[in-house]
Design a protein around this ligand. Structure first.
Ligand SMILES: CC/C=C\C/C=C\C/C=C\C/C=C\C/C=C\C/C=C\C=C\C(=O)SCCNC(=O)CCNC(=O)[C@H](O)C(C)(C)COP(=O)(O)OP(=O)(O)OC[C@H]1O[C@@H](n2cnc3c(N)ncnc32)[C@H](O)[C@@H]1OP(=O)(O)O
Ligand SMILES: NC(=O)C1=CN([C@@H]2O[C@H](COP(=O)(O)OP(=O)(O)OC[C@H]3O[C@@H](n4cnc5c(N)ncnc54)[C@H](OP(=O)(O)O)[C@@H]3O)[C@@H](O)[C@H]2O)C=CC1
Length: 406
């Protein structure tokens, strides 16, 4: 907006949009119209486009940014969960592009920028839904660039890597419970651990070690009437992690009472690559050694949305600090958090006590990063984008290095 655009911002939450629109107008001096849409519902998009044309008389740029994502192993992903992400990311991008094209771009030209991701380039664990969706979006970018080029419409994409300070980045710290183990003679949840074993040790079939405990896969998926795999194959955010851990603590106590509890039980939880992972150094495998920031993504989008890129169409601008070239795509780049559940009072069952125990346990969390490199030798065709000499205006050395000035 600071570069001269009046803007419409659209999503499902009108209250949030109104607040954002006020701020954007105040800092940019331009008009900002908030409209409520669900990109899965073409009627809501059509109404928003009509409103935009009524308000502003024209549309020059469409940024397809709406997406939904969470970390989840494929085996635990419901059919509806996979479909939901495809519907938001891929169909949402198509629905919006088609409606804006029909109503305006086809007769006036225009410029579309799709916000993609690098997940599908090599195949990222826990991301079959989002990686598939974004790969389809990359293909769509090229198809529409070819088909709509003669109508004066450019279609390009930005593929960010991890971007700090965003919802996506926060969700990288989501936690998946992968098993319950005990030292030496381990109890674990079969399907979860089988997956872990497959991802972790292929093709050497070496024994799996987590914090020096060998994991043995048990054949039963039912334990004391609880379906253990159902109970534990869920990707959760940190708030529901606490709830989940409470349930598991309760479950463990029932096992103890039945004299079936492991002697030294652990919860094994996976932690990922958001702020916690960053602190643990997971981004060291990225050539630029850090996550990206929002300003850097804005610069890339601005380039593709502006006349500075007037002869560029069908391009996917990867803005990931080189991450997809070097970073692991399996569990090896994720940190493993091991929560030790030792010797707490197994008679206590009331909620308050459980909360207290849990808090104590949470304080004992220890993070260890397992780093064994990722896949190599992968190749992928991406439209090359070569910048000429690029001069930053003034700013501190640090700002320049981290791309905070433009
Ligand atoms: C998020 C993680 C990102 C990346 C991880 C990648 C790799 C990790 C390793 C290395 C990192 C290195 C590089 C990373 C580089 C880049 C990161 C890349 C991409 C980031 C992409 C993003 O898109 S971020 C955008 C995030 N923002 C949002 O998601 C906001 C919008 N989201 C939502 O509205 C919801 O989350 C939603 C997507 C679920 C949709 O909501 P709604 O329509 O209300 O649907 P529901 O009815 O709630 O749910 C539908 C079905 O989905 C199931 N579900 C919901 N949540 C989960 C979950 N956490 N786990 C499993 N399944 C879930 C739900 O149960 C429904 O299914 P049913 O069968 O039960 O009906
Ligand atoms: N953050 C990161 O590290 C990375 C992000 N990306 C991509 O960048 C983009 C922004 O991600 P990020 O800022 O992290 O995530 P956010 O969740 O902040 O942004 C996603 C936006 O999409 C909107 N949205 C979601 N579902 C719908 C829907 N059905 N209809 C309309 N709007 C919807 C959300 O608003 P609301 O929920 O109010 O509807 C929200 O404003 C996404 O395309 C993401 O895939 C790619 C790689 C890395």
């Amino acid at each position: 907006m600071r570069h001269g655009c009046d803007t419409v911002i659209a999503s499902r939450n009108l209250d949030k949009l109104k607040e954002a629109a006020k701020k954007l107008s105040a800092v940019s001096g331009r008009r900002c119209l908030p409209v409520c849409i669900d990109v899965r519902q073409p009627e809501s998009i059509a109404a928003a486009v009509d409103e935009t044309l009524k308000e502003f008389g024209r549309i020059d740029i469409l940024i397809n940014n709406a997406a939904g994502n969470f970390l989840c192993p494929a085996i635990s992903l419901s059919f509806n969960a996979f479909k939901t992400v495809l519907e938001i990311d891929t169909m949402g991008t198509f629905n919006t592009s088609k409606i804006v094209f029909e109503k305006w771009f086809q007769n006036h030209g225009g410029n579309i920028v799709n916000i993609s991701a690098t997940l599908g380039y090599r195949g990222q664990a826990l991301q079959v839904h989002a990686g598939s969706a974004k790969a389809a979006n990359d293909a769509m970018t090229k198809h529409l660039a070819v088909e709509w080029g003669p109508s004066g419409v450019r279609v390009n994409a930005v593929a960010p890597g991890p971007v700090s300070g965003t919802e996506g980045f926060r969700r990288l710290d989501d936690t998946t419970v992968v098993g319950l183990i005990r030292d030496g003679n381990d109890l674990a949840y079969r399907e979860e651990v089988e997956q872990l074993v497959r991802w972790k040790i292929q093709p050497s079939h070496a024994p799996l070690l987590i914090n020096n405990s060998a994991v043995e896969v048990v054949s039963s998926t039912k334990f004391l009437g609880v379906n253990t795999t159902d109970d534990l194959t869920w990707s959760v955010n940190s708030v529901s992690l606490v709830k989940r851990a409470q349930q598991h603590l309760h479950f463990l106590r029932r096992m103890k009472r039945a004299h079936l509890a492991p002697a030294h039980p652990h919860y094994v939880l996976q932690e990922h690559c958001g702020p916690i992972g960053e602190a643990a150094g997971v981004f060291q495998s990225i050539p630029l050694q850090r996550a990206g920031n929002k300003t850097e993504m804005a610069h890339c989008t601005l380039f593709l949305a502006s006349r500075a890129s007037s002869y560029v169409t069908g391009a996917i601008l990867v803005a990931d600090g080189g991450a997809w070239l070097t970073s692991a795509t399996d569990f090896s780049m994720l940190s493993v958090v091991c929560m030790r559940l030792e010797e707490e009072d197994d008679e206590e069952d009331d909620e308050e006590e459980e909360d207290g125990t849990l808090l104590m346990l949470m304080r004992e969390l220890s993070v260890s990063v397992i780093n064994s490199g990722g896949l190599t030798d992968e190749t992928m065709e991406i439209s090359p984008l070569i910048f000429g000499p690029f001069r930053f205006p003034t700013g501190s050395e640090e700002d320049r290095r981290d791309g905070r000035v433009f």
